[in-house]
Every structure is written in structure tokens, then in C-alpha cells.
Design a protein around this ligand. Structure first.
Ligand SMILES: NC(=O)c1ccc[n+]([C@@H]2O[C@H](COP(=O)([O-])OP(=O)(O)OC[C@H]3O[C@@H](n4cnc5c(N)ncnc54)[C@H](OP(=O)(O)O)[C@@H]3O)[C@@H](O)[C@H]2O)c1
Length: 288
């Protein structure tokens, strides 16, 4: 059985949806913190069990009978994140899984300026030490993260953010399709994949141009200092730790940590990855 964690989240749910077009539902199980939210999957024949990385004993039940486990990285940082991922890897091994897939990041590195990247690197080290077959999906930076930074710039006509560098913003749907295909084929490559990215890297000046073009309204890119941006975020109620994390994203992008583009994602999904422009267009349409 293929077990997917985080299946009530955006990426995990999309992986399950894609997986169900490749394999029968009875071969798919989800390990979720809140099974009630996965009722629709249960109705379609997917095994839904409660599992929380913070409760390793419970994972024995939700991973029972696993042949492969996709561990969707938790939305946490630091030792807490790595500890939970380690617990999930151990539980997958104990359940008899022959392969763990893990949603890492193209920028995974112990020396990154963006806090989640050393966590991904540490989790990859834990996978390497686990003795289980493992595939680390080095996912490109989510295009949705750029949409969040864009915020209400379309309404205000101003995209004020620190100096950045180009990022190969990548669609959730494409990353989900890649993970689903690897799981369905049961042929995950060993170790970290190539960066799974869209085909172009864009900075926020270029994103402002695309948004202007799509909306017909001028959007000006304004560069503010890291300190000004941080103060603005905290002024809007963001916890300091989260503000620092976001500043780290800009600092890392200035260093070119997320600028690589690679054909691997397109090869895995058998079509060109979704351009950022299309992700933005869809978001603008949904927002009305
Ligand atoms: N590549 C990138 O650029 C990028 C950007 C941002 C984040 N990420 C990483 O990618 C992950 C998936 O992205 P997403 O868009 O699907 O995020 P999401 O919608 O926030 O989903 C995160 C999932 O992690 C689950 N989770 C959190 N803590 C857990 C725990 N203790 N035990 C088990 N599951 C736990 C959540 O469970 P519940 O549904 O129960 O809350 C949720 O399903 C994120 O969690 C983050 O680690 C990557």
C-alpha cells in the first residue's frame, strides 16, 4: 500500500488525487492528523487513518502495511521539523516500507540563508542514515509563495518588498503529478532528485510586469530594506520568527539559491511545467 501523509494539505491532497488516476483506491492510504477532513477520500475507497508525526507510536497504525510512504514535510521549522520527519522515517521503516519519498526543496542545504533549507538537508541526512530506500523530491519553490508576496499589489498598484533574485516558481499541480507518477511506478530514483522546477526563473520586478500585463493595471516594483519590510510584517501582526523567515527567503534568493531551472520536472510529468504566468492568471480569475 502507498501511504501519503499531509493529505489534508494542498500538496498531499493533490498527490492523492493524481495517484488515484494511476492506481486503484484500495492501494492508497492516507495518514492525516484529522481523518474527518478526509471523509471524501474514504468514500472513494482510500484507507484513511489518523497519524501525527508528533505521536510516533500512532504512526505504526497509520503506516501499517506500507510499501512506500510519501512524507510531506510538516509546516514547521528547526529541530521540531527535523525531529518529526525523523520519527516518520523510522515509522515507515518499522512498517516495512521499502521506499520513503520526502518532499524536500531545490534549495536544501545546511548553509542556506532560508531557515527551512537546513531542515530539509538534515532530513535528507536522516534518510541517508535510515537504511531504507529513499527519494528526496527536490521541489521547486511554490508559485503560491510568490502569490503571497504579491499580496494586494494588484489593488494598490505597488509591490513593495526587499531586493530579491530570480526564483524558478513552480506549480503545486506539477509537483503533485511528479510525486504521484514516481509512487505509482514504484521506481523512485535513489537520493535527491534534480531540482523539480518550472522552466524560467523570475524576480519580483518581472512578476510585477506580468501582473500588470494580465490585469491591465500598472504595478510598480518598489525595493524596501529588509528592516523596513520586517517592521511592516510585524506591524501587520506577523510573529517575529515568521518575519525573519521571510526576510531569509529574500536574502537567499539574492544569493541565487532558487534560480536554477532543470528539465527533470517536465520529463517526469511528460509535458512542459506550468508557467508562472498561468498560475497567476488562474489565481486572478479565482479572486475575481
Ligand atoms: N517548495 C516550497 O516552496 C515550499 C513552500 C512552503 C512550504 N513547503 C513545504 O511543503 C509542505 C507541503 O506544502 P503544502 O502546500 O501542502 O502545505 P499545507 O497545505 O500547509 O500542508 C502541510 C501539511 O503538513 C501536515 N502536517 C503538519 N504538521 C504535521 C504533523 N505533526 N504530522 C503530520 N502532518 C503534519 C498538515 O496536516 P494538517 O492538514 O492536519 O494541518 C498539512 O496537511 C509544507 O508543509 C512545507 O513543509 C514547501
Amino acid at each position: 500500500m502507498i501511504i501519503v501523509t499531509g493529505a489534508n494539505g494542498q500538496l498531499g491532497r493533490a498527490v492523492v488525487e493524481r495517484l488515484l488516476s494511476h492506481v486503484p483506491a484500495e492501494r492508497v492510504g492516507v495518514s492525516v492528523r484529522n481523518p474527518e477532513k478526509a471523509g471524501e477520500l474514504s468514500d472513494r475507497g482510500v484507507r484513511v487513518r489518523q497519524g501525527d508525526f508528533a505521536d510516533p507510536a500512532g504512526l505504526a497504525h497509520s503506516f501499517e502495511g506500507a510499501s512506500q510512504v510519501l512524507i510531506v514535510s510538516a509546516d514547521a521549522v528547526g529541530g521540531a521539523a527535523v525531529g518529526m520527519h525523523r520519527a516518520a522515517i523510522e515509522a515507515a521503516g518499522a512498517a516495512g516500507a521499502h521506499r520513503v519519498l520526502y518532499t524536500s526543496h531545490m534549495g536544501a542545504s545546511p548553509s542556506s540563508l532560508f531557515a527551512p533549507m537546513p531542515d530539509h538537508a538534515a532530513t535528507e541526512a536522516a534518510l541517508r542514515d535510515s537504511g531504507i530506500g529513499w527519494t528526496s523530491l527536490r521541489n521547486g519553490f511554490y508559485a503560491t509563495s510568490a502569490l503571497m508576496t504579491l499580496g494586494d499589489a494588484v489593488r494598490t498598484g505597488e509591490l513593495a518588498a526587499p531586493q530579491d533574485g530570480p526564483v524558478s516558481w513552480t506549480a503545486h499541480a506539477d509537483l503533485a503529478e511528479a510525486a504521484a507518477r514516481i509512487l505509482a511506478a514504484d521506481n523512485g530514483p535513489d537520493g535527491p532528485t534534480a531540482p523539480l522546477t518550472a522552466t524560467e526563473a523570475l524576480d519580483f520586478a518581472e512578476i510585477a510586469e506580468i501582473a500588470s500585463d494580465l490585469t491591465g493595471r500598472p504595478i510598480k516594483r518598489v525595493v524596501v530594506t529588509d528592516e523596513e519590510y520586517r517592521a511592516g510584517l510585524i506591524g501587520h501582526g506577523l510573529p517575529e520568527a515568521l518575519a525573519d523567515l521571510l526576510i531569509g527567503m529574500f536574502a537567499a534568493s539574492r544569493q541565487g539559491e532558487f534560480e536554477r531551472v532543470d528539465p527533470a520536472l517536465g520529463q517526469l510529468i511528460g509535458r512542459p511545467p506550468t508557467p508562472f504566468r498561468d498560475v497567476l492568471k488562474a489565481a486572478l480569475t479565482t479572486a475575481g
